[in-house]
Each structure stands twice: as C-alpha cells, then as structure tokens.
Design a protein around this ligand. Structure first.
Ligand SMILES: Nc1ncnc2c1ncn2[C@@H]1O[C@H](COP(=O)(O)OP(=O)(O)OP(=O)(O)O)[C@@H](O)[C@H]1O
Length: 601
C-alpha cells in the first residue's frame, strides 16, 4: 500500500524532475543544450528511417521472380540504407562528445554555486561536522550528478522520441505487440526510485568514513606533514589505518553493488521476457498469415530498436530519479549558503574615528556549553596599541576573531564608532587586517602571498614590495631566484621555501599590505629572532602609521609598551591597564611577567 502510494507520487514527481533537469542543463549552457537535443531528435528520425527503408526493401525482394526486382529502385534503397546507417552512427558519436562537453559545463556551474557557499559562509560554519559531511557528499556526488542528469536527460529525449516513432511503426505493423513491450519496461521504473533511496542512504552513511580516509591520504601525500610523519615513523601505522578504512568502505560498497545488481537483474529479466514474448507473438502472426514476411521483418527491426530504446528510456528515468535525491541534497546545501552567509555591509571599510568597543561580550563555540568568553569589555581608540595576554586557552584568539568580525558574539556586542558590528557585516572585515598564529602559507608567488592581504588590488606591482620592506621581508624575498615572482613552495618547479621566521615576516607584510584601520596580530613574533622582534616592537607605531593595533602575545616584554594591556583568564578580563599599572597591582599580570623575566634573564 505504502509502496504503491510512493510509486504514484514518483510518477507525479516526474514532470517536476524533468523540468528541473532541463533547467539545470539549459542554465549552464543554453546553446549546448539545444545542439544536444537536436542530435537526439535527428537520431530518432534516422531510426524510423531505417525501419521504413527496411520494409520497402523487403517489399521489393518479395517478388516471385528475381528478374522482376526493379534494379534502379533497389540501388537507391540500398544507398539510402547505407547513408542513414552511417549518419545515425556518426550522430551517436557526435552526441556523446557533445554531452561530454555539456556535462563538464553543468558540473562547473554546480561547482561555482558550491564555491559561492563555501566562500561566503561564516567562519563558525567550519566548526560543524555536519557541514563537512554535507560538503563531502556534495563534492563527490552532487557535483557528478548534474553530469548524470545531463546524460539521462538526453538519453530520455532521444530514447523517448525514437520510442514514440517505433511504437507508431509497431502499431501499424503489429499492434498486438505494444502492451507486451510496455509491460517489459515497468519493473525498471518501479525499481529506479528504490535504487535512488538506497544509493543516497549509502552515501550519507559513508560520508564520515570517506572523509577520514581522505584526510589520511592527505597526511600521507602532502609535503607539510611529511617531516613529522617521518620523524615519528608514523607512516606504517597511518597506512594501516587507511587500508582498514578502505577495506570497510569496499565491503560496504560491495554489498551496495550486489543490491544494485540484483535490482538490475530483475529489471533486465522482465524486459527480456517481454521481448521474447513479442517475438513469439510475431512468429505466430506470420505462421497464421495475419501479417506478411516483409511486415514481420520490419516489425522485428522495430521491436529490436524499440526494446533497446525502451531500456534506454527506463534506464535514464532511473538515473534521473536517482540523481534527484542527490540534487535535493545539493539544493539543501546551496540553501544553507543564504543562511550561513555573512552580512554584506555597505561595501565600505568601517570607519574607526572614535572608539571600537567590546561590550559585555560572551561567546560559546557551536556545540559547546562552556563559554570561551564571558562578559568581556574592551576599548580601542584610533592609533592605540592594545594587547591581550593570558594563559593558554584563556580566550585571546577567540576575542581577536570576534573583534575582526569573524565570529558573532553569543551575547553582548562590538561597536565601531557606536555602530553595531552585526549591522556593519563585512565592513568590519574590510577595516581589519588579521594575522593569526597559524597563518596560511599560500603556495603562490611571494608577491601574491603578500598581495592577498588586499585581494582587490593584488596585482599592484609595487605595493607588495613596500609592505615587505615594512615587515623586514624585502631582504630575503628580493634575492629569491625569480624575486617576488618565486612560488613559495618546493612543490612547484623553481619554487623555494622559507624559514618559519621569514614566513612570519611575509605574513606581517600581508597585514601591512591591507589598508585597514585596525591591525590584529595574534602571536606576531613567536618565530622571530630577538633582533627582528625588538625591531618590530621598537617601531610598531611607526610601522602601523597611525593605525590601531590589537596584539596577542605571550611575550610580556613585547607588549609592555602597549597603551593598554587586557589580561584574560578562563574567558574573563581579570585586569587591564598599562604595564606599570598592572605591575603595581601585583595581580596575575605581575605574576606572569615576573615568571617570564626570571626564566629568560
Ligand atoms: N574551534 C573551537 N571549538 C570549540 N572550542 C574552541 C575552539 N577554539 C578554541 N576553543 C576553546 O575556547 C577556549 C579559548 O581558546 P582560544 O584559542 O581563544 O585561547 P587562547 O587564549 O588564544 O589560547 P593560546 O594561548 O593557547 O593560543 C579554549 O578553552 C579552547 O579550547
């Protein structure tokens, strides 16, 4: 009962499904769509042509005396048969090549929409494992599915057109065969929806495992982890894990493939039986002289072509049904985009003429109950250098991300000159230049590694060099083999790698490259040598050229000249003031400063 209701729903869903498939392909490539559809229709006409020519040929040959065969007419028909056959096989090749191109365009259009989502999504989105599972499915399945839909759709158009024409031919030649041929296709369509559901559940169930296995592959093949994997001699164990996961996945895939094979066998058997019955009926009709040999011959040809085309029609319907579930998954992912996107803002950088204020801000990471920040208040005035210090895990980086507009506070607010950052949206990002402790080492030329700090003006030839000079990076970048055009990675021909401290200076140059009113530096000197660190902080105000700065650091000597230092403990600001004020207070800051001074002196 439930099953039959589902089937009728499937049939009703068909027009929507087809409409969607057509839209998907037409939007990606309207001309390609028209060309591929035309090929299919011409192919259908050619198939009918073959049957008609076949029937005419048999009619001519069925004369009692060979001398009565009209030679000229025979030659024309044979020529026409050869031409139509050659044309129809050429069209088959043309259309498969055309579909290959079209499939690529459709997949590309889907990729573009996926990348729109990932590019615009808030940073918090990247904290969710559900998001990654969905992303993995979208990447491996939903991206391929549009190609399947494209192929399925054109097979359906071509198969459908030929089927209608052949059914008409059979209706004229031997109408009794029609119900038999149609019955043979029904199991395929009934099976297709069930197959689509099992395929989707399989993909959902396997997403986490596939992601873990992909991650292990990355660790075992990429350059960055290579040194640690070797230093700990971990390759064998990681490889074993990878192989075990692969075995689990292959076993699951094997049962899935068996299930699908059983389903295919049932449908193939049904259509084979229908074909055999049709041929049997045809033989009986000839034997009882209900139809002529010529009609029977043409009908056999039509039935052969028709049964192939019916398989194609039902097969492509199956493909479309199957893809629909994955396309729904893609739609859900794309709809996420609207919900996850960061507000656009006005397109201007948030001004910082007055005060940037953090007011009673609390924050808990998604899926966690313990807040990483609680009731934090902080102020940064134009041109001020403000520092955040505190023990590991006290919330410094989290606060830096909130001030940069990357996370929205769970409670409280951040304001720029009195305007709520939640309303300013991306304007806050435009106004801030942030370099995190785990900054990205792009496998780009040095110029772009710096230029990405101001992506809209990345191509400015002099700006990268100026920023590099300010960050103390010009000396080592200018002597690279291709200067600023050298790719900063050994994974590319002519590429070079840098030392950690040099990389950190490149990252600093990236921050200086951005025309931002607030520079946020999270552990900016962790890898700098003492001279570089001293130079940076001795002249930090000169380097900032009037911009404000938020410095996160464990080096107390580096931040002692800040205008104000905020001390965080377990997500709360426990003290703030200048270095001298905090030392005089004899609180946590004084204790940590004292400890560090004793360690280093
Ligand atoms: N992505 C995350 N999801 C959940 N919790 C997180 C996440 N990142 C950080 N935390 C937690 O939030 C708290 C504050 O972390 P945060 O990175 O802000 O500390 P921090 O002061 O910058 O530390 P460190 O000095 O080690 O860099 C910690 O308890 C940490 O475990």
């Amino acid at each position: 009962m439930v099953e039959s209701r589902t089937r009728s729903r499937d049939v009703r869903a068909l027009p929507r499904l087809l409409g969607r498939a057509v839209r998907l392909v037409r939007q990606a490539d309207p001309r390609g769509f028209a060309a591929a559809a035309a090929y299919q229709l011409v192919g259908a006409v050619a198939s009918v042509g073959l049957v008609v020519i076949g029937k005419l040929l048999l009619d001519i040959l069925q004369v009692p005396d060979a001398d009565d065969v009209p030679g000229g007419r025979l030659a024309v028909l044979v020529g026409a048969l050869a031409l139509v056959s050659a044309g129809s096989s050429a069209i088959g090749t043309f259309q498969s090549q055309q579909q290959r191109l079209l499939g690529e365009r459709v997949a590309l259009a889907a990729w573009e929409r996926v990348l729109d989502v990932t590019g615009r999504a808030r940073l918090e989105t990247y904290e969710s494992s559900t998001f990654y599972d969905q992303l993995q499915r979208v990447q491996t399945n939903a991206i391929m599915r549009p190609v399947t839909v494209t192929t399925g759709l054109f097979q359906l158009i071509g198969g459908g057109a030929t089927t209608v024409a052949m059914l008409l031919a059979v209706a004229v030649l031997a109408p009794v065969l029609i119900p038999l041929l149609l019955l043979g296709g029904i199991p395929a369509i009934l099976m297709s929806r069930r197959a689509s559901r099992t395929e989707f559940s399989f993909a959902v169930a396997q997403s986490p495992l596939v992601r873990q296995r992909d991650y292990l592959r990355e660790i075992l093949t990429r350059r960055e982890p290579a040194k640690e994997v070797r230093a700990f001699d971990a390759a064998t164990v990681l490889r074993r894990r990878h192989d075990a996961m692969s075995r689990t996945f292959t076993a699951a895939l094997r049962s899935q493939v068996r299930r699908r094979q059983r389903q295919t066998a049932v449908t193939a058997l049904a259509s084979g039986l229908a074909l055999a019955a049709a041929l049997g009926v045809l033989a009986w009709q000839v034997a009882s002289e209900r139809i002529s040999i010529a009609e029977a011959g043409a009908a056999v040809l039509a039935v052969r072509l028709l049964s192939g085309r019916l398989d194609q029609v039902f097969g492509s319907l199956g493909q479309l049904f199957e893809s629909a579930v994955f396309l729904d998954d893609l739609d859900r992912f794309l709809a996420l985009g609207a919900r996850l996107a960061r507000p656009h803002g006005s397109g201007q950088a948030a001004p910082h003429r007055d005060v940037l204020a953090v007011e009673k801000v609390s924050y808990a990471y998604p899926g966690t109950s313990r807040p990483a920040l609680r009731d934090v208040d902080l102020r940064i005035r134009p041109g001020e250098v403000v520092a955040l210090v505190g023990e590991n895990g006290s919330g410094k980086t989290t606060l830096a991300k909130i001030i940069a507009g990357l996370y929205a506070p769970t409670a409280g607010r951040v304001t720029w000159d009195g305007h709520d950052a939640a309303e300013l949206g991306n304007d806050v990002t435009r106004a801030s230049a942030v370099i995190f402790q785990d900054f990205v080492r792009y496998q780009f030329p040095a110029r772009d590694n710096i230029g990405i700090g101001d992506p809209e003006r990345m191509d400015d030839p002099d700006a990268a060099e100026q920023a590099a000079r300010r960050a103390g990076a010009h000396g080592f970048l200018s002597v690279l083999p291709a200067g600023y055009d050298t790719i900063l990675s050994r994974e590319y021909a002519g590429g070079r790698d840098l030392s950690l401290g040099q990389w950190q200076r490149v990252a600093l140059a990236r921050a200086f490259r951005r025309d931002a009113s607030l520079v946020i530096l999270d552990e900016p000197t962790a890898s700098l040598d003492p001279r570089a660190e001293h130079d940076l902080f001795a002249d930090i105000r000169g380097l900032l050229q009037g911009r404000s700065a938020l410095l996160v650091s464990h080096r107390y000597s580096s931040v002692r000249n800040a205008d104000r230092i905020y001390v965080l403990q377990a997500g709360e600001v426990v003290e703030h003031g200048t270095h001298d004020e905090l030392i005089a207070r004899q609180g946590l800051y004084a204790e940590l400063y004292e400890l560090q001074s004793r360690t280093y002196l």
